[in-house]
Design a protein around this ligand. Structure first.
Ligand SMILES: *Cc1c(COP(=O)(O)O)cnc(C)c1O
Length: 400
């Protein structure tokens, strides 16, 4: 049978306009929520901040939520609250966005990477155990793609060795591990509200915790190191203007404008998660028999939040490499992506820590083969079919 020529060779693309890999979903009620706040007395640090914090904390099953100006700021705040500093090491995965490791550098601590497990591409607890030294103070598992990391194994390692767990759940709002939502499991859990994530505040993030002391420190570092409790205590004595700065903090605050949007977005999270799951199910059904493609796994004890749909091309099955297949899909107007370039391979990490490649063979091998398919709740069934059709077209053309 005559096959249509690939768009990269001058053929007609599968769809006329580009389909992004991720996109926010803003409805009229989201816009109205923001407008209401703009018309109110408070546009930053007013009533919407605690309202949003309580709503997210309650949704994930944590006692406290502390909002930050971005997921990266939330990671920074978590590293500060955990007391990480110069001389400390913390262990994380190389297959993540660089912010997970960068937050450690912000506080003067050293990021140490541990290789991933091939099934979920999450950090392998056995590899973490091998990297623990007397200087290790924290572990930062990432719920890659929305699939919870091996949180029990990480937690028990942390308990044995006195480490704090900072879970990077930027992909995993709404994900479940052993029937519990991520956010109330680790000592500190970090979420991002960047527009490609599950809900958005424009820019924004949050740390959730069950520990009152950690929550207090998160609030302190978010707001210049100003101790609000001391202020309340001392105001009667010292005067109404009084406040105390007790630590070197920052301005990492999220505004009421952002929190108003976040509150409105949060109401739609269950529908958003259901749609993501449905799209993942459609991909799995359509691609199950595609030769040379490994689909993302969902372990029995986990429920992924399906932030990403990362497929892996099996080596030796295609006449072209990942790069050519990626470019051919882009030419079909499917804006596939790659998550992630392993952090230790970035020039900054190579130069500063002497990485040369080859240190984390599983993560590096996955990186060579990964392609992220579009997945976001606003995708129509036609969009999903376009991805499936483009993948079939491009992969069949390159199958050995
Ligand atoms: C998005 C993301 C972050 C950073 O969040 P921002 O809100 O963009 O600062 C951190 N870690 C991971 C794994 C992410 O995907």
């Amino acid at each position: 049978m005559e096959r249509p020529p690939l768009a990269i060779h001058g053929g007609k693309p599968v769809r006329p306009s580009p389909l992004p890999y991720g996109r926010h979903l803003i409805d009229e009620d989201d816009i109205q929520a923001v407008v209401q706040t703009l018309r109110s007395d408070w546009i930053t640090t007013g009533p919407k901040v605690p309202e949003f914090e309580e709503a997210v904390a309650s949704y994930v099953g944590a006692r406290y939520g502390v909002a930050f100006s971005s997921g990266t700021a939330a990671l920074h705040g978590a590293a500060l609250a955990a007391g990480l500093g110069p001389g400390d090491e913390a262990i994380t995965t190389p297959l993540t966005f660089c912010a997970t490791a960068n937050c450690l550098l912000y506080v003067g601590a050293r990021p140490v990477f541990a290789d991933i497990a091939p099934e979920t591409m999450n950090v392998d607890p056995e590899q973490v155990a091998k990297k623990i030294t007397p200087r290790t103070k924290a572990v930062l598992p990432v719920d890659y793609g929305g699939h919870p990391a091996e949180l029990d194994a990480v937690r028990s390692l942390a308990e044995q060795r006195g480490l704090i767990v900072i879970e990077d759940a930027a992909h995993a709002l709404g994900a479940e591990y052993k029937s519990r939502r991520v956010g109330g499991i680790s000592h500190l859990t970090v979420f991002s509200f960047h527009p490609v994530k599950h809900i958005t505040t424009g820019e924004g993030g949050m740390v959730t915790t069950n520990d009152a002391q950690l929550a207090r420190r998160l609030r302190l570092f978010r707001n210049h190191g100003i101790d609000l409790e001391a202020r309340e205590r001392q105001r009667q004595v010292s005067g109404q203007w009084y406040y105390e700065m007790t630590e070197l903090g920052y301005n990492l605050r999220l505004s009421d404008i952002g929190c108003a949007l976040g509150l409105s977005q949060l109401r739609k999270l269950p529908a958003n998660l259901a749609r993501r799951r449905e799209i993942a199910r459609r991909y799995a059904g359509a691609l199950a028999k595609s030769p040379g493609v490994r689909l993302p796994a969902e372990r029995a004890e986990a429920k992924s939040a399906w932030h990403l749909y990362p497929i892996r091309l099996e080596p030796g099955r295609f006449t072209a490499g990942r790069k050519e297949i990626f470019q051919a899909l882009r030419a079909e107007n499917i804006e596939v992506n790659v998550h992630y370039i392993p952090v230790h391979l970035h020039p900054y990490y190579r130069q500063r820590f002497g990485y040369q490649g080859g240190e984390y063979p599983v993560a590096e091998d996955c990186y060579q083969r990964l392609i992220t398919l579009p997945l976001f709740p606003g995708m129509t069934d036609q969009d999903v079919n376009d991805v499936i059709q483009a993948l079939d077209k491009v992969l069949t053309a390159h199958l050995k």
